[in-house]
Design a protein around this ligand. Structure first.
Ligand code: DGL
Length: 274
């Protein structure tokens, strides 16, 4: 008999940043079949208006559902902030799991009472993020650093000196303002951990949310009786961008060769036809 738990989980991000979270998903849910969509044709989400991201999220979800997906996981802070409420409204029968910057653990960890959050412009400007800070970090000074150039650093291989120079400036500002915990609120940023560590040293807590996100996904699937317990799952990669380019970068970040196919054309644009 066909088992619903064998159906794939749809995972999407604006590009290849979500691969930083995919490792945690594979570790914690090795039996799940995953379809990963890198929406590289519409990158970066962080500088786009919310309605644009909602449109893309709906399109990509339509694709996942056409593939029989049992759940959709969004390891993209910007897309979660902009679109998860609309996705849940539009598809009430589909479980959606979103991500959020690690403000809560950072607020618990800080001694100076100052934390720095590095994320996209869109995430930091969102109502969802404002509510998160109000709820989880009352009395804490939360310094916000939009880092528009950082996503591009990860998407296109840049040389190490260029990366170092670009990450150093906002980090030094946060340290000078007394931040003793940093939050990486964008899935692309864990891939910059080397230049970040060079700048802040080995001891400063730098938090990201891959493992808790994967735990949450596991819990949701379990609760709904959708968890696939046995076997070894596979990951299928697709992109709305240029498959060869995405394949090169994805393979580099994964540390193994990944085949990346083109997302079918009808899911690559906007409903408005742009
Ligand atoms: N990786 C995404 C995030 O976690 C968005 C990056 C972008 O496209 O601007 O926020």
């Amino acid at each position: 008999m066909f088992s619903r738990s064998a159906a794939p989980v749809g995972v999407f991000d604006s590009g290849i940043g979500g691969i930083s979270v995919l490792a945690a998903i594979r570790r914690q849910l090795p039996a799940e079949n995953v379809i990963y969509v890198a929406d590289s044709g519409h990158l970066p989400y962080g500088e786009k208006p919310a309605h644009y991201i909602i449109d893309r999220a709906l399109r990509i979800t339509e694709y996942f559902l056409s593939q029989g997906a049992k759940a959709v996981a969004i390891p993209c802070n910007t897309a979660t902030a902009a679109a998860i409420a609309e996705l849940r409204r539009t598809y009430p029968g589909t479980p959606f799991v979103g991500i959020e910057p690690a403000v809560k653990p950072a607020a618990r960890l800080t001694r100076s009472g100052v934390i720095g959050v590095l994320a996209t412009t869109g995430t930091l400007a969102s109502d969802k993020f404002r509510e998160l800070v109000q709820r989880e970090a009352p009395g804490i000074e939360v310094l916000l650093k939009p880092c528009p150039g950082w996503v591009d650093l990860v998407e296109r291989a840049r040389d190490a000196d260029q990366a170092q120079a670009l990450v150093a400036e906002p980090l030094n500002e946060l340290l000078a303002q007394g931040a003793d915990v940093l939050v990486l609120g964008c899935t692309h940023f864990p891939f910059l951990i080397e230049p970040i560590r060079k700048c802040v040293g080995p001891d400063l807590p730098v938090l990201e949310t891959g493992e808790p996100f994967a735990r949450q996904l596991r819990l949701q699937l379990q609760r709904q009786g959708l968890l696939r317990a046995d076997g070894m799952g596979e990951v299928r990669f697709l992109t709305s961008g240029e498959p060869a380019t995405v394949q090169d970068r994805a393979s580099f970040l994964l540390g193994r060769r990944a085949e990346v196919a083109r997302l079918p054309t009808q899911y690559c644009g906007l409903h408005t036809g742009q």
